[in-house]
Ligand binder design. Sequence first.
Ligand code: IVH
Length: 671
Amino acid sequence: MNKVNAQDRINKLRDLINDYRYHYHVLNESIMSEDAADSLKHELAKLEAEYPDLVTPESPTQRISGTVLSGFTPVEHVSRMLSLNDVFNEAEILAWLDRISKSLKTSDFDLFIDIKMDGLACSLIYEDGVLVRGVTRGDGYVGEDVTLNIKTIESIPLILRPTNKYSEFLKGRTEVRGEIVMYKDDFEALNKKRHQANQPLFANPRNTAAGTIRQLDPKLVAERKLYFRAYDLIRSDAAEISTNDFAYVMLKELGFLTNSDARIVNGIDQIMSFVKKWEDKRLTLEFNTDGLVVKINDRLVFESLGIAGKAPRGAIAYKYAAEQTTTIVKDIFVSIGRTGVATPVAILDPVVIAGSTVQMATLHNEDEVKKKDIRIGDSVILQKAGDIIPEVVEVLPQLRNGSEKIFIMPIKCPDCGTKLVKLKAIDVAWRCPNIACPSRTWKRIQHYASKEALDIEGLGEKNVVALLDAGLIKDIADIYSLTPYMLLSLDRFGEISANKLIKSIQSKKEPSLDKFLYALGIRHIGVQTALDLAKKFKTFENVMAATVEDLVAVEGIGEVVGDAVVEYFSDPINQRLLNKFKRQKVWPLPMKQYKGKLEAKNFVVTGTLTSMSRDEAAKKIRSMGGNFHTSITKDTDYLVIGDKPGNSKVIKARNQNIVTLSEREFISLLD
Ligand code: IVH
């Protein structure tokens, strides 16, 4: 990006961020998620770092957060309450370690790592062991006196706990800093009560905690359950506390709640293993957290590094990957799937989201692109949650510069030139009707060979395309006529790899019925439906002969699936393919009686599991003979309840007396 473009982008980003802040802080409403706003702020900071002369004093990056509200007395902090600079990945942690190693002329120093609590910072002042004042952070120099309010928080000692060992801490001035948080459960309960009373709901625990502390009526504060969790201890004589580790020991001794998981670590490996350990586990904490705090353990060394801007050089905040981020749509192309559906796909400026780099996102269909008005060149908010593939949530039209292009759905298939059609007038999807379309063919073959299907090792995307391009295969059944000699005519194969691939193809001539049914790529037949069909009909011949009535009689199979199956087997092209399979002696085995611990048990999962993805849970259930379904029917045996479960499923399960399992109970059942 050149400087003129950078200036333009910076101006637009500042406007949008300011707009976000105004809505959030003044109007108490939100125009985008915090993750998305953070992502924009990060982009702005990066651009400003690249062009430092474009930084202006009023840029949102220069703002010192928090202002003193009227109604509370301003109090000057004896030592400034600092913020932390954020880092988002291992490389940025390493760069920080490098910087301080250079400054300290050694890379051997202990660090103290703790979970970063998402609440509001508060400073408590004790004189001779007695709580005299509670002050918010404010702008870091001056905060608000909220003493009466914080005195209602029961985890804040009104007098320091007597300690014989360290009696000096009970004399003179002691300052304790920490975070005021509302626990997730208490927040849910509060909102539930408000819902029942028809009151507006709170957005999140942090805002609720912050709003509560800023209430002018302490009685209202007392009604809300808040906790104070300490992370810093300051004495007039700094020598009394040499390390952060010791500060935590003392805080506990004096009667404060601290995070017992905080640790001393040394070096990047130990930092990263703490980062990984808490990546998922943090969701099980009673309070919200979006990251970790890493600081130099030795407080003199920490002080010696000084402050840059409003953050100390000796500490950083590591932020876990956000589930929303912003990026730019560089192009939109149309991808033809194995059933012929033409899907517009956005090519994105690569971004890391929820831990992985994303370069493409499906835009689903033409209507969706129109509805969201996604244009080539647009800045967009991208979202990824759990196992779900990344999705463009919305466009940020405020960031347009006039060069964006409207996407026009092509009339013809980009791969074979056949005119795209809609099967039914009400369909949203355009399709390439040509069953021999190269895109459709290679995706069908790849699907057939994929892990969940026949699991043919070595038959990935590149090899399939090479075999098709060379004219060695035209459909799935052709793979069984390949010989090592034929493969050797292609550059990609040597003797060993050719023999290996042929061996793995030939070893899959008698697949299990369910795998084969799935592998054929019949519309609407996923792994579980294929298994249901196989269990019910036992042989492939029976499935081929089944009528729609026979099919819909199977639990979990409706008319759409029934029609798709019958349609597949009555299509002459598919019949030819199946005959070809038969000639090659490729035929699925009749279904064996499945024996497993969860034999024939039907499972449904609601909400997010913390220890495994939904797909992993489904796989485990199936591997033990059980079935995994997405909705509750009269045959459901177990409902596994994860985090943020769907209410309707839970209620349905209760009404039908279906056994409900917590994640822990589910895991012990699997064990
Ligand atoms: S140590 C120089 N430890 O995060 C500040 N801070 O972005 C060192 N916070 O101002 C602070 N949990 O309000 C520390 N375990 C923790 C924390 C924590 C939350 C807050 C705190 C701080 C802000 C920095």
